[in-house]
Design a protein around this ligand. Structure first.
Ligand code: FES
Length: 131
């Protein structure tokens, strides 16, 4: 069996939504201290919907594929929906990741959370009561 699913390879080789949003409403950056990989997410939010999302990932193939898939999963969704995105959902959408690569999908979940945190903070909303 191949190490990576076709979907992982596709999103690694042709990542969706790579880049920067200059006037982003929320920006989040997270890293994994063990492997040193870094992921940055930019969100544009209109009327509580993710109208645009871009990412920059300096990391392994799974991290790039995970961030690409995560952006696809939250684009057009409500902020609340995006908040609920789990790394498991990202990995499933990629048709699975090897066990020792699951932490790469965690990075994608955390990057989106962190960008949403930033959005809430800028708006002065205390969203933790919603969780
Ligand atoms: Fe670190 Fe994949 S090995 S995110």
């Amino acid at each position: 069996m191949a190490l990576y699913s076709e979907k992982v390879m596709d999103h690694f080789l042709n990542p969706r939504n790579v880049g920067v949003i200059e006037d982003a409403d929320g920006v989040g950056e997270v890293g994994n201290a063990k492997c040193g990989d870094i992921m940055k997410m930019y969100l544009k939010i209109d009327n509580d919907k993710i109208s645009d999302v871009k990412f920059e990932t300096f990391g392994c193939a799974s991290a790039i594929a995970s961030s690409s898939m995560a952006t696809e999963l939250i684009k057009g969704k409500s902020v609340d929906n995006a908040m609920e995105l789990t790394n498991k959902a990202v990995a499933e959408a990629l048709d699975g990741l090897p066990d020792y690569k699951m932490h790469c999908s965690v990075l994608a979940e955390e990057a989106i959370r962190s960008a949403l945190d930033d959005y809430y903070k800028k708006k002065g909303i205390d969203h933790y009561d919603k969780l």
